[in-house]
Design a protein around this ligand. Structure first.
Ligand code: NAD
Ligand code: IPM
Ligand code: MN
Length: 363
């Protein structure tokens, strides 16, 4: 059956990496006889420029009527001074909320060809295979009030960290369920020594742990977790945490693989289409220069065809094409240190991944 994909390139390098990823998906489609259609939508800064809205209604409708959403990245200096409701990031938060994408899965796995590309020692990162399960539709990102005020004649601000029991419970359950099909260890990251939200989080984790007797549960304070991720990252299996903690820890964890440009993600709801996007942003510093690493987005596309379409074997081959490309020493500047080659452009990496995929499909 044909799968309909909503493609939202967004801004900055989002444009370049999306073009390359869709190009590869066309090759994928014909090599494996898997039918996909691609329909484009506006989001972020480009949507603001064209429609005055970071998330036009037409984009929401397109995503809701698709089997999956593939997103590049949003944001850039052009819109940084806009009022809050007219920022590109509001478009991203809006589509996550509109699709109910409460579970953000960010896998971080050592890649043999890239071990020397991490800023950490090889022996520290060699056995890394962890999954950050980040709550994505609650917490500080969505709590009300969130505003500036005047208090006693001076500027003041408030952001709100709000969660309901059911929001916390469903993301923790997701973490336990994923641990059951992995290494059966959950580390729940919180700040229960200070925050009320974390105290409830920890209570619920304790309450439901009994439903997953094969999984061990450990609690870790977020500051310690940030340190442990660098000290002994291989200790982690599933890390489940609230929205902002998960955002920060996943950028940190990306360096275990050598580059932020390598980290994919899947954002899932209870039912309905999932959204797949790289963990990184629109990288304005390198946008439009054919320098962006497209691998995080291609690996996100691999997660899409596996998780949303169930094309397990083909997803693995797509991932393998990325790893073979790295093995052949073909990579962008961000990871070139790991190879003995000069870095190549985004389009060269795309071409090599396509070639590798063709070779893998023939064998
Ligand atoms: P960023 O992730 O865009 O970039 C951080 C650093 O990593 C930069 O030096 C960049 O060049 C590098 N980098 C990121 N992706 C790369 C890739 N694929 N290949 C090579 N290098 C890469 O974060 P930032 O600079 O803090 O934010 C820039 C903009 O992106 C902001 O507007 C921010 O809000 C937005 N952003 C969007 C998303 C998203 O759309 N999901 C995520 C993060 C940040
Ligand atoms: C991410 C990004 C977003 C987030 C921003 C752009 C709103 O950093 O996807 O990790 O904080 O969730
Ligand atoms: Mn982030």
């Amino acid at each position: 059956m044909t799968k309909k994909i909503a493609v939202l390139p967004g801004d900055g390098i989002g444009q370049e990496i999306t073009e390359g990823t869709v190009d590869i998906l066309h090759t994928f489609s014909s090599l494996f006889d898997r039918s996909m259609t691609f329909e484009y939508g506006l989001i972020g800064g480009h949507a603001i420029d064209e429609t005055g809205d970071p998330l036009p209604e037409a984009t929401v409708t397109l995503c809701q009527s698709s089997d999956a959403v593939l997103l590049g990245a949003v944001g850039g200096p052009k819109w940084d001074r806009n009022p809050s409701h007219l920022r590109p990031e509001k478009g991203l938060l809006g589509i996550r909320k509109a699709l109910g994408l409460f579970a953000n899965l960010r896998p971080v796995k050592a890649i043999p060809a890239l071990l020397s590309s991490s800023t950490l020692k090889e022996e520290v990162v060699r056995d890394v295979d962890l999954l950050i399960v980040r709550e994505l539709t609650g917490g500080l990102y969505f709590g009300e009030p969130s505003e500036r005020r005047q208090v006693a004649g001076e500027d003041a601000v408030v952001d709100t960290l709000f969660y309901t029991r059911s929001e916390i419970e469903r993301i923790l359950r997701k973490g336990f369920e994923l641990a059951q099909i992995r290494k059966k260890r959950v580390v729940s990251v919180d700040k229960a020594n200070v925050l009320e939200s974390s105290k409830l989080w920890r209570e619920i984790a304790e309450e439901i742990a009994g439903d997953y007797p094969d999984v061990t549960l450990e609690h870790m304070l977020v500051d310690n977790a940030a340190m442990q991720l660098i000290r002994t990252p291989a200790q982690f299996d599933v890390v489940v945490t609230e929205n902002l903690f998960g955002d920060i820890l996943s950028d940190e964890a990306s360096m275990l693989t050598g580059s932020l440009g390598m980290l994919p993600s899947a954002s899932l709801s209870e039912t309905g289409p999932g959204l797949f996007e790289p963990v990184h942003g629109s990288a304005p510093d390198i946008a439009g220069r054919n320098e962006a690493n497209p691998m995080a987005m291609i690996l996100s596309a691999a997660m899409m065809v596996r998780v949303s379409f169930g094309w397990e074997k083909e997803a693995t081959l797509l991932e393998e094409a990325v790893f073979q490309t790295l093995k052949a020493g073909v990579c962008t500047k961000d990871i070139a240190a790991a190879t003995n080659r000069a870095p190549v452009g985004t389009s060269d990496v795309i071409a090599e991944i396509k070639r590798q995929l063709q070779e893998l499909a023939e064998t």
